[in-house]
Design a protein around this ligand. Structure first.
Ligand SMILES: NC(=O)c1ccc[n+]([C@@H]2O[C@H](COP(=O)([O-])OP(=O)(O)OC[C@H]3O[C@@H](n4cnc5c(N)ncnc54)[C@H](O)[C@@H]3O)[C@@H](O)[C@H]2O)c1
Length: 350
């Protein structure tokens, strides 16, 4: 199709999901892939039949590429992003946008200066159940929010942190942390997207079950700007790995969910039993599925595809993409504040 937007992907771990999303998405076309790992690159060529580049610089000269999806290690996102926007390309950046708020600001400034669009991946925001929960909260149906909690008791083997594509994980410099920044950033983003901005935090973290530098278990206390209190718990040590658990408590209603499945939906009113049954039928547990609690690659591609399709439309219609850097930054602000709190033993303003 003549009006398809040309995409490229750099980083072919999670980047493979981006390739599939670009190929299956409406209005997007995969032009090229880039990786310094030649084995991943030639497998990508076989699978996606597109141009391949070892050099990112060289790929940026390809005039058919309008948007570059960045799925390199997290602490390199803004470096690759700045190079791409300075070459006039729009970009989609994997989560976290980068590992410090400062680096994210630099990328945002470069994108604004270049006049290109910068989109971010937080696919949980596109989950219909999460959207229904957010609508219930924002319309005030839960009353005054008092508690917003996110738990992520996951499991990763030591081998996950080893080898060419593992050794950057769980490092401060390139991963910006471990269970909280890498795995937990989705949970942190989700609770702030549902419950609002976080004002201050306390935290504790450490290495409990792996030979890594940063942390594989973190606990944080949160005070939200709306007055609610909350907790975050993340680990990659918890054998065999359980699903993410989100609980939201309000004076007129409470909601609990497990990964993408609704567990409870109680909102005060005459029809509360009927409403809960209806919501459970729509969003409640179905057959047992293998999830990402123990398998890092078992991420659904649906959210990525929607974000790619949205970017393609944003480029054609010349509008902002649905998840921009400003909105993606707060999760990283919360996480870096939790680490600062853990190091200093103080309450930290976010
Ligand atoms: N949205 C999600 O649910 C999700 C899930 C997993 C990972 N991620 C994110 O995706 C990113 C990548 O994670 P991963 O697990 O795929 O890591 P990975 O190490 O498997 O993949 C990164 C790839 O980048 C390549 N790379 C590194 N330096 C490069 C360079 N200079 N030029 C070209 N390629 C280079 C590596 O060779 C590697 O293939 C991270 O930011 C991570 O947080 C997101």
């Amino acid at each position: 199709m003549a009006d398809e937007v040309g995409f490229a992907v750099v980083g072919l771990g999670m980047g493979k999901h981006h390739c599939r999303s670009i190929i299956s998405g409406k209005g997007s076309k995969l032009i090229a892939i880039c990786d310094i790992d030649e084995e991943r690159l030639s497998k990508g060529k076989e699978d996606y039949n597109c141009r391949t580049y070892v050099s990112f610089d060289e790929m940026l000269n390809d005039p058919e590429i309008q948007c570059v999806n960045i799925a390199t290690p997290s602490g390199m996102h803004s470096d690759f992003g700045i190079m791409a926007v300075e070459a006039g390309k729009h970009i989609i950046v994997e989560k976290p946008a980068d590992i410090t708020p400062d680096k994210i600001d630099k990328l945002r400034e470069a994108g604004e200066k270049a006049g290109v669009k910068v989109g971010c991946i937080f696919q949980a925001r596109l989950d219909p159940l999460n959207i229904a929960i957010r609508n219930a909260i924002q319309s005030g149906r839960l009353g005054k929010l008092i508690g917003i909690h996110g738990h992520l008791p996951w499991y990763r083997k030591q081998s996950y942190y080893e080898g060419d594509h593992g050794s950057w994980k769980g490092t401060w410099d390139t991963d910006g942390g471990g269970s909280l920044m890498n795995q937990g950033v989705h949970t942190v983003d989700l609770i702030q997207w549902l419950g609002g901005r976080v004002e201050k935090v306390n935290g504790m973290f450490g290495v409990f079950g792996h030979d890594i530098e940063a942390e594989d278990q973190t606990v944080a206390l949160l005070k939200f700007e709306n007055g609610a209190l909350g907790t975050i718990y993340t680990t990659t040590c918890c054998y065999p790995g359980y699903d993410q658990l989100i609980t939201i408590y309000g004076t007129k209603g409470s909601i609990m969910k497990d990964a993408s499945k609704l567990l409870n939906w109680r909102i005060e009113g005459d029809n509360e039993d009927e409403e809960e049954q209806e919501m459970l039928a729509k969003y409640g547990p179905k057959d047992k599925e293998e999830g990402i609690s123990a398998d890092p690659m078992a991420v659904s591609s649906d959210g990525h595809t929607q974000i790619v399709e949205d970017m393609a439309k944003a480029i054609v219609d010349d509008r902002d993409p649905m998840i921009g850097l400003d909105s993606a930054k707060h999760a990283v602000e919360i996480i870096t504040s939790v680490f600062e709190a853990g190091r200093s033993g103080q309450t930290i303003s976010v």
